[in-house]
Design a protein around this ligand. Structure first.
Ligand code: FRU
Length: 502
């Protein structure tokens, strides 16, 4: 198989020459962001599941580290989280040198005592996350279940000081299960949530965290993230969320966050109701998204896997396969009377900024500066769609303007769509060619877009991050043109900056 260096992202994390999936154990500790992840250390397809590891001080430049927690003869090491156990409640460190503790899922192998089940296990690090030891008393939490996984642990005030809360899933029952513990070793069931909203596939990789609403810490709400595969809004894997309250034991969703009854998104007849669920991303390639523990300044930062289980093992890259999304800072803002998750990418500095402003476009395609080789492109636009039927961007276009990925806003339908069916290599899997769309209301007649185009992905943050669309695209050589267009009537480009990110 030939190497594909042209698909290696400029500003997204990939492992050097192996497979990765879910981000795991995201934690900020001692000035370093740690990104652990589901990794096959021996190949570039799923298997031998272990925790790979990368570190960063700015969430943009990542350094690959040795495998952190490896599979062995008894278990694969599935997804989970990490906490900084400052009070050494687990006893894996000392008061002077508190441990980091990983809570991961043991997927037990055939022929072992727990074969056929998944349970929660611990590993600890006494050197700030660089090396890990599995706890000899594993597993610490069992449930006689083949699909009990993906623990996300965080600290919550208890009667005698901080305690630990775990959100995990009973994946096949579409349930988030909550447990509590004082020491990370012994756990008691607190409550269960679900099934609710999108239930067409397994529920995986939950997360639960509080956020101030409109920046007001007195008025905080809890966000429950539930990833789901398949049955997500764009087909296959995706992430939904619920907004509500949490009392340390039970999550209670706001009525405005809940459909009257659950919806099976794998049945096309349910497409309209599926769009009423709350989605982290309306594209096809943002999955297993979870947030950092312990991030500084109370920031809440998420990373997702840039892929979809529909075709994950077939992506045309070599020697690595799959990458991570950009880190996204999330906040809650009131939109149409209910709290809505708003996402902003963490980006490197902009270079070579070229600006166009105050320009009318009518039935025209205007070529923009080409992507600077070796960099990602950032397009920041404020557009008044006016009387145009469609306005948007053509990405990865041929020199003759034929093939391209098309990002378009239709003001009449109120839809933002991304169509990759005619962009580059789509033939490696039958379910890859696709067009996605999200409802989008203009703010005072203005469409605001931030588009990050890397070598094989596009992430679109619309209306300040209230709507996000993320897709992979694998352009052929020579497909690097970018243009803006308006069809069927005049639109005004109020502001348009194109810059390079590296
Ligand atoms: C989600 C997932 C998790 C599991 C892991 C295994 O993509 O299926 O539920 O822990 O991947 O690699």
């Amino acid at each position: 198989q030939a190497d594909t260096p042209h698909y290696r992202p400029a500003i997204h994390y990939t492992a050097r020459d192996t497979w990765l999936n879910d981000p795991n154990g995201l934690v900020y500790y001692g000035g370093t962001y740690h990104l652990y992840y589901q990794n096959n250390p021996h190949a570039n397809v799923w298997g031998n599941m272990s925790w790979g590891h990368a570190t960063s001080t700015d969430l943009v430049h990542w350094t690959e580290q040795p495998v952190a927690i490896a599979c062995d003869a008894t278990e694969d090491v599935y997804s989970g989280s990490i906490v900084a156990d400052q009070a050494n409640t687990s006893g894996f460190g000392t008061a002077a040198n508190p441990p980091l503790v990983a809570i991961y899922t043991s997927a037990f192998k055939d022929g072992t005592p727990h074969a056929g089940t998944q349970a929660q296990s611990l590993a600890y690090s006494n050197d700030a996350g660089m090396t890990w030891t599995k706890f000899s008393g594993n597993p610490v939490l069992t449930r006689a279940s083949a699909n009990f996984r993906d623990p996300k642990v965080f600290s919550y005030p208890g009667p005698d000081g901080p305690e630990w809360v775990m959100a995990a899933v009973e994946a096949g029952e579409q349930k988030v299960v909550f447990y509590r513990s004082a020491n990370l070793r012994e756990w008691a069931l607190a409550s269960e949530f679900g099934p609710a909203n999108a239930v067409g596939g397994e529920w995986e990789c939950p997360d639960l965290f509080p956020l101030p609403v409109d920046g007001d810490p007195v008025h905080a709400k809890w966000v429950l993230v539930v990833n789901l595969n398949p049955g997500a809004v764009a087909g296959g894997s995706g992430g939904q969320y619920f907004v509500g309250d949490f009392d340390g034991a039970t999550f209670t969703p706001d009525p405005s966050s809940l459909l009257e009854s659950p919806v099976d998104g794998t049945d096309p007849a349910n497409a309209a109701r599926l769009r009423e669920c709350r989605w982290l991303d309306w594209g096809r390639d943002y999955y297993a998204a979870v947030s950092f523990s312990n991030a500084p300044d109370n920031r809440r930062i998420m990373i997702g896997w840039l892929n979809n289980w529909d075709y994950a093992n077939s992506l045309p890259t070599f020697p690595w396969r799959s990458g991570m999304s950009l880190a996204r800072e999330v906040t809650l803002e009131m939109v149409d009377g209910r709290p809505c998750l708003v996402q902003k990418p963490v980006l490197p500095g902009r270079r070579n900024i070229q600006s166009i402003s105050g320009m009318d476009l009518c039935d025209r395609v205007l070529r923009l500066p080409d992507v600077v080789p070796g960099t990602a492109q950032l397009i920041e636009a404020e557009i008044l769609p006016g009387a145009a039927q469609k306005v948007g961007f053509r990405l990865w276009a041929d020199s003759d303007g034929g093939a391209a990925a098309v990002l378009a806003y239709d003001p009449t339908a109120g839809l933002l769509s991304l169509d990759r069916r005619n962009a580059g290599d789509t033939g490696f899997h039958p379910s890859f060619p696709s067009a996605e769309s999200s409802p989008l209301a203009l703010d005072g007649g203005v469409l605001t877009l931030r588009i990050v185009v890397d070598h094989c992905s596009v992430e679109v943050f619309a209306q300040g991050g209230k709507v996000v669309l993320t897709d992979l695209v694998f352009p052929y050589a020579g497909q690097s043109g970018t243009s803006v267009f308006a069809d069927g009537g005049p639109a005004t480009i109020r502001k348009l900056d194109v810059s390079a990110l590296s």
